[in-house]
Design a protein around this ligand. Structure first.
Ligand SMILES: CC(C)(COP(=O)(O)OP(=O)(O)OC[C@H]1O[C@@H](n2cnc3c(N)ncnc32)[C@H](O)[C@@H]1OP(=O)(O)O)[C@@H](O)C(=O)NCCC(=O)NCCS
Length: 170
């Protein structure tokens, strides 16, 4: 029988694990997004648990009523394991409760699986930052050039989920 997924806020005692899982997925717990560096070690976040094990993480900016909130890092210890969907749903629910106007995230141009996941859950692709990953890699050379599906990781793609009833337009 599959164990249910339980989502809990991250605690200070889990910061070492956070550093480890984010370094594994993104080379560092400091993440490049929209041409900025964001240190996730000081952010709030959510941890997914299954069968007594930590199986996923989602780090985000502090939430405030009427303001946007950025999802900064999102990873599962095993992909396509059904962990990401409830973690993302918990983040969206927290954003609604906090009264955020919109939720925003970026993914890299190679990450077709993530783009599918977000779009199937109502997120809209709203902006591209061409060359943002190339610029980030100059500052953090350990970031790989080749990403998923053999695609060069070069750009940031911004997705949003409006919570204020507005339309996604530029
Ligand atoms: C992004 C990420 C956190 C999502 O977590 P996940 O556990 O893979 O997500 P889920 O399993 O809930 O859903 C992903 C897709 O896999 C599918 N899936 C779930 N279990 C599956 C299985 N056993 N076999 C095949 N597909 C499966 C889901 O249906 C979903 O597809 P859909 O979007 O078409 O509905 C995870 O894939 C990950 O860590 N990726 C690497 C890091 C990353 O890219 N992070 C995002 C950067 S923005």
């Amino acid at each position: 029988m599959a164990y249910p997924i339980d989502i809990r806020p991250i605690t200070e005692s889990e910061r070492a694990w956070q550093r480890e899982i984010l370094t594994e997925h993104f080379s560092s717990p400091t993440i490049s997004s929209r041409r900025k560096w964001i240190d996730t070690m000081v952010l709030p976040g959510l941890v997914a648990w299954r069968g007594g094990q930590r199986v996923g993480i989602l780090m985000h900016a502090p939430m405030a009523r009427g303001a946007e909130c950025e999802l900064v890092a999102f990873a599962a210890s095993e992909t396509q394991s059904g962990v990401g969907t409830p973690l993302l749903a918990a983040f969206v629910e927290a954003g609604r409760r906090a009264g955020c106007s919109r939720l925003v995230l970026t993914t890299t141009n190679d990450n077709l699986d993530a783009m599918r996941l977000y779009q199937r859950r109502g997120w809209r692709m709203v902006k591209v930052y061409p060359g943002a990953m190339d610029d980030a890699r100059r500052e953090m050379p350990e970031m790989p050039l080749i990403g998923s599906y053999g695609i060069a990781m070069r750009d940031d793609v911004e997705f949003e989920l409006r919570l204020d009833g507005g339309e996604s337009t530029e």
